[in-house]
Ligand binder design. Sequence first.
Ligand code: 13P
Length: 234
Amino acid sequence: MTDTTDIATLRRQMLETCRRMNSSGINQGTAGNLSVRTGNGFLVTPSSMPYDTMTPEDLVEMDFDGSYAGHRPSSEWRFHRDILKNRTDIDVVLHCHSIYATTLACHHKTIPSFHYMTGVAGGTTIRCAEYATFGTQALSDAALKALDGRLACLLGQHGQISLGNTLEHALWLAIEVETLSRMYVQALTLGEPPILPDDEMERVIAQMKRMSYGHGPEAEGSNDIARPRAKSPE
Ligand code: 13P
């Protein structure tokens, strides 16, 4: 993420994303944390620091060996490090305690394809990782397993993790996961909803990939049917 963005700008954008995480309602207080890959390591939020008083300089520089400069890093630096190390397809890891996703996670429920948007996380389900104590290697291992082939997962009796290529993308996905969770909790009040079959979800996921769904109107291939109107001659 540093080719076009200098570190000072990246720090400002990370802080803005943390504040949006709380102002959008998907996180509360000092819960949650955020990391972004840099040249040879990553930047991560400091532990237990309120986002409204945090400054861009408070974000912590970490190496993949766990060494850091500055404040004490997020208690969840292990899963940030391990996800960024293992998932070279993404550059951003966002963790939050959004209410409905956490409600499902408290019951260790996987989100099935009850709605086509489950496909935004890259598969037919959004898995729930087994419970492990916060800040431990066991939680990192469980998260990495639940994220296999996915861009998001729930964390048992804890919260959710969403990944992205950009800060915007990770925040967008976290909000989608929360919205889906809310819909699923609501749908469950009428009984177990029917699940879309795997072949339909394959079409949905292929369509999302083809249209760069969720990456904004300017993304390449974002609409494979409509064509921009030819410019009228001056
Ligand atoms: P940190 O403030 O240490 O990042 O902890 C918040 C959290 O959500 C732990 O899972």
